[in-house]
Design a protein around this ligand. Structure first.
Ligand code: NAP
Length: 557
């Protein structure tokens, strides 16, 4: 018997740390880690001890004997991974940096943002001897994309907050909700009070498509839609016209699949989640029967991960449709599948899509259509969206190996009343920091912020998460990203390379209370959290989210 890792895998590798026989891979030290869709357990090496089950923050690990029929597919994903990356016996554990044992007494670090990257960085720092962390978040609730990005029907993924919550017990950690750096407190004021500042502010804007009709009413970014259904206060007043039967989603990453799934899920099912009340109400009146997801490249290059695609096959009352011609293996795709260094997940993507294409639709009431090799070239309408013009693509490989979509002469028009553009997030400038506008990141080397023109390090200033590396990876990917940044920060402190704060340790709390009397701390958040859960209990939901600042602050009075 072996254990198997399933869809909610968050990749934060907590399981890797506790495995006594090193059978969970890729580990954060292995090259495929930053690219992997999920972690895998080698069934040949697993000794069935269950340590990983206890350590997993998102309950994603099950004994193979307990798998449901639709979960059996994960056993194959495991073995395919180890076929491609066989374990080498006798590999030594990486040596932990010696400075981990050092004394950091008096070191103060500010972290801006409270999403997974911020919390993973804080967990690293508070574990050192003597260091303290003060975290600042502009909103009145913590956890960033775990609260406002993860889909409401993925409660397992949200369980990672249980790990973050452990910081509430630490005397060397404080949380300040409702403080915006650049508005209530400046970057310089922060730096004057801390040895270092880590920005973990994510990527809050979107990539543009750059086609005609992109800004017509009825064309929205998927990220707005996600923030709306997850109860983000800045998006609560948005409205989405769900009166047309067909919706087109552009892009085929995991965000595209999330919005497609939420649009087609029975609202009675969503009523068991923490979806925002205003979204649930709107979805109850929805007329949507079909969602078409447009991927511009081939199935081997699809942006989504296999676990998310697999889940779509089991969506109640929904036919998953793939056109066999669009996923047929052409010469280029065959050469990619034959190449030794092609990831196992790529082969699985092709196989899953071809398998779906080979099955006749079951005749359900709703349809989710995954299209490939299809680029939108115009969003058409006079007063609002009426259709999308789509060009068929073929694939070409560049000299560097990149596979590109090249337009053919074949175009078609798809009627729709609503377009959701899910073509990726994009970072926005951080006040007083350098910014790489093309990549939407703060320029950095391994997390140390650098001046773009001189390439000099900006002393005491660091980044982690999407503002450091761009919008890629799943929640747990941020753990390694944060650890890497914190490693450099601690090295810099020990080397005496960080500026000495000019203000004393008490000055931060004084400044905060002067500038924002409504600041909420971890204890305040615990009260709000409890009240949301209590409101949910009455309706058999995990929680009912309080959305407006007034409704949140009312819980504290
Ligand atoms: P993403 O994975 O980067 O996907 C963006 C999609 O947009 C790709 O299919 C991309 O195609 C397409 N695209 C970009 N420009 C386009 C254009 N001009 N025309 C047509 N298509 C275009 O981004 P995402 O979906 O926003 O997700 C962001 C990150 O969050 C990802 O790492 C994702 O895995 C993660 N996430 C994970 C989950 C989960 O685990 N359940 C849920 C949500 C998000 P090309 O590949 O051809 O560029």
């Amino acid at each position: 018997m072996s254990f198997v890792i399933l869809q909610p895998c968050c990749n934060d590798a907590s399981c890797v740390d506790v495995c006594p026989v090193d059978c969970i891979h890729p580990t954060p030290e292995e090259a495929p880690f930053m690219r992997t869709e999920m972690l895998h357990i080698d069934p040949q090496t697993c000794i069935d001890c269950g340590a990983c089950v206890d350590a997993c923050p998102v309950d994603a690990i099950k004994s193979e004997d307990d798998l449901e029929e639709e979960e059996e597919v994960y056993k194959n994903l495991n073995s395919e991974y180890f076929d491609l990356h066989p374990l080498v016996s006798g590999q030594l554990d990486p040596v932990k940096p010696i400075w981990r044992k050092a004394d950091f007494t008096g070191m103060r670090v500010a972290i801006v943002g409270s999403g997974p990257a911020a919390f993973y960085a804080a967990l690293e720092i508070v574990a050192t001897k003597g260091a303290s962390v003060t975290m600042f978040e502009r909103l009145l609730t913590p956890y960033g994309l775990v609260r406002f990005g993860v889909a409401p029907d993925h409660p397992g993924t949200k369980a990672v907050t249980e790990v973050f919550k452990t910081l509430a017990r630490r005397t060397n950690f404080s949380l300040n909700l409702g403080i915006e750096i650049g508005k209530h407190i400046t970057h310089d004021e922060l730096l004057a009070r801390h040895h270092a500042v880590i920005y973990a502010v994510g990527a809050s804007s979107d990539r543009r498509l750059g086609i005609d009709g992109e800004d017509l009413p009825g064309s929205h970014t998927a990220t707005e839609f996600v923030a709306w259904y997850n109860g983000h206060p800045d998006y609560a007043n948005r409205s989405f016209d769900l009166s047309s039967e067909r919706i087109v989603v552009i892009g085929n990453g995991n965000v595209a699949l999330d919005v497609a799934r939420i649009l087609l899920t029975d609202p009675d099912e969503l009523d068991r989640t923490d979806i925002a009340d205003h979204a649930l109400e709107a979805l109850r009146d929805s007329k949507v029967r079909e969602v078409i997801v447009l991927g511009r490249r081939g199935v081997a290059q699809a942006g989504y991960t296999n676990p998310e695609m697999i889940a779509l096959r089991h969506l109640p009352d929904v036919d998953l449709i793939v056109d066999g011609d669009e996923v047929a293996t052409d010469e280029l795709t065959q050469s990619i599948l034959d190449a030794d260094d092609t990831e196992a997940s790529v082969r699985s993507k092709v196989a899953f899509a071809q398998d779906v294409a080979s099955q006749p639709p079951e005749g359900h009431r709703k349809r989710l259509v995954l299209r490939y090799l299809a680029s939108p070239t115009e969003i058409v309408g006079t007063d609002r969206v009426e259709s999308v013009t789509v060009t068929r693509n073929r694939l070409e490989q560049e000299s560097d190996g990149a596979v590109m979509a090249v337009a053919t002469d074949f175009t078609e028009s798809i009627d729709t009343g609503l377009v959701l553009r899910a073509v990726g997030y994009h970072g926005v400038p951080v006040p007083d920091l350098p910014f790489d506008a093309a990549r939407g990141v703060v320029p950095n080397v391994g997390g140390r912020v650098v001046d773009q023109s001189s390439r000099d390090t900006v002393s005491g200033v660091y980044v982690t998460g999407w503002i450091k590396r761009g919008p890629s990876g799943v929640i747990g990917t941020n753990k390694k990203c944060a650890t890497d940044t914190v490693d450099l920060l601690l090295q810099d402190y020990l080397a005496g390379a960080l500026p000495m704060p000019s203000e004393g340790p008490e000055s931060t709390a004084e400044l905060v209370s002067q500038r924002q009397p409504n600041v909420v701390d971890f204890a305040g958040w615990a009260t709000i959290d409890k009240a949301e859960k209590a409101a949910g209990k009455a309706r058999k939901r995990p929680r009912v989210k309080f959305v407006t600042p007034e409704s949140i602050l009312a819980e504290l009075n």
